[in-house]
Design a protein around this ligand. Structure first.
Ligand SMILES: Cc1cc2nc3c(=O)[nH]c(=O)nc-3n(C[C@H](O)[C@H](O)[C@H](O)COP(=O)(O)O)c2cc1C
Length: 225
């Protein structure tokens, strides 16, 4: 019931704020007024379209201790991308953006995503990672879509072998991540999942705290001293 009410609020907000198009600004307002402006109480949790073939964008020192780290993310309006970049900067990780052949940047995104999720549709990805074997620890971040993991991220999780690797999920959402982490966990049952983190729209709006929360979390999971 609570979930139905919150999704109704999300949809009403989007109807009010996306009257005639799918500009970056309208998408942003509809779901996340907050682009990393950040968070006093981020929650942690225990547990384009032309084909592109690329390796992860490399930094000079993508190692913490002996572990080589990668940050993988999918982001439609930029919130998750901002978090991914903070994690990258704080850990010296390489970074990789998941890109989907299906362009979700559209006015009817809610309906389309709802349909795709119910069908278990996994879009073809147009960015690819050739060197995943070299990474010991992989952060994977996404926006929450209908309380779930977005289809392009489901494609990523089923396409790449994460067995034996440490995987750290993170997400951004309007207000409720629902089954996101449960679903993520089911898709990565062979990996060693570390404690996740999530940021709501409100948390994202308290910019100064986001970085602080991320640093604390990285220390807690043993990635940063
Ligand atoms: C299709 C769609 C469905 C969404 N469903 C939810 C949801 O179930 N719960 C929620 O709290 N936010 C929901 N949101 C809001 C996004 O999760 C939130 O704005 C997120 O920070 C966007 O991340 P991004 O900027 O990286 O794309 C939804 C947004 C879209 C476009």
């Amino acid at each position: 019931m609570v979930r139905q009410i919150s999704i109704l609020i999300l949809l009403l907000t989007s109807v009010l704020l996306i009257p005639g198009g799918c500009s970056a600004e309208s998408m942003e307002n509809a779901y996340s007024n907050s682009r990393l402006a950040s968070s006093a109480n981020a929650s942690t949790n225990t547990m384009s379209n032309s084909p592109e073939s690329s390796n992860a964008e490399s930094t000079q020192s993508s190692k913490a201790g002996n572990e080589k780290i990668l940050v993988v993310y999918y982001s439609l309006t930029g919130n998750t991308k901002d978090i991914a970049n903070i994690i990258k900067n704080e850990t010296g990780a390489d970074i990789f953006e998941i890109k989907s052949e299906f362009d979700y940047y559209r006015k009817d995104v809610e309906e389309v995503v709802k349909k795709h999720l119910s069908e278990g549709y996994k879009p073809k990805l147009t960015s690819s990672l050739h060197n995943i074997d070299q990474y010991d620890l992989i952060f994977v971040g996404a926006p929450v879509w209908w309380f779930s993991v977005p289809p392009p991220v489901m494609s990523f999780l089923s396409q790449y072998e994460l067995k034996g690797k440490k995987v750290v999920p993170f997400c951004t959402c309007g207000s409720d991540y629902g089954d996101f982490f449960k679903q993520f966990e089911n898709e990565c049952s062979d990996a060693e999942l570390l404690k996740s983190i999530s940021f709501t729209k409100n948390q994202l709006s308290k910019k100064d705290n986001v970085k602080k929360d991320i640093i604390e979390w990285l220390k807690e999971i043993g990635i940063k001293k």
